[in-house]
Design a protein around this ligand. Sequence first.
Ligand code: GTR
Length: 358
Amino acid sequence: MRASKLALATLLAMGCLNAVHAADAPKIALRASDVWDDDYPTVRALKNAGELMSQRTNGRITLKVFSNGSLGSEKETLEQVKTGSLDVVRVNISPMNNICPETAVPALPFLFRSVDHLHTVLDSKIGEEILKTCEPMGYVGMGYYDSGARSIYAKKPVRSIADTKGMKIRVQQSDLWLAVASAMGANPTPMPLGEVYTALKTGLTDAAENNIPSYENGKHYEAVNVYSMTEHSMAPEVIMFSKKKWDSISAADQKIIKQAFRDSIPLNRKMWAERENKSMQVLLAAGITVVKDVDKKSFQDAMGPVYAKFASTDNMKKLVKDIQDTPDTVSIAAAAKKAAAPVAKPAAKPAAKADAKK
Ligand code: GTR
């Protein structure tokens, strides 16, 4: 015992402990799930996180990404993550709402004023605090990916809340979304993403709501061809790690894994912005009608009951207020990039012109 303590002390003194740790550290082969295909910004970012983990550990920690929902729907894969049969899942924050109620806050309608506002909040301690509330439920939040703004699509234009009255609309599997659609006067049907195309095609629902890339990539535009820019929610995507698995990983490896996910966020944001543009081009080329003159205020004014029900506890009210009070500054990553960028030289004064005038 004394001898091994002595050996440890010697190793510490020689600075060899890291080398010993690396040699002894176990191989970790992680599995992740995503409902979208390999080209989608969330899947590409997950793969990037995997590459970073692998590079930083000489291939000791790996992440295999199962795309296209091959391991199940978001609800099903969240269950697998809880039991530990799956390590990581990337989902929209909405299917988490019934699991850890604070996650309903960033999905609340008309909460974020801009993408900058959203990024600033998610990058701040508010974003971290919301993720932390899921740990007792079996999920360790690794961070957020972009999901843009969600709008309604149907066979007819939606210009104000009068147009959603009685509309059969598909919503995500979350009580918050049932309440949002009901507040719009619509009849909501919750279902997984994989069933939306058929529901729209067969008329089981008249409408759905999602961001531009989902409307395009899910081919939902083939069934209903009017996209109305209600932009009623900016519910972000989240990456959730199985708490069961997490607790079996050393603190040093946890740090590497979490950092790799964090470092994949700027790439995700860049790819997301590009994808929104690309998807819009595809939709316009397909002859989709995009309605921009939406009376958003008519929707916003109806959301009081949703806030009353879902921002009900003191903590949730505080989160809402803290978010509203957060200024629309650029996100931490963008600010750092801006700070590092060379300052542009001021344009030369038009001295000659002034002189000529004299
Ligand atoms: C998308 C999101 C998916 C899924 C989907 C939905 O924006 O990327 O993960 O949650 O919305 O509406 O089911």
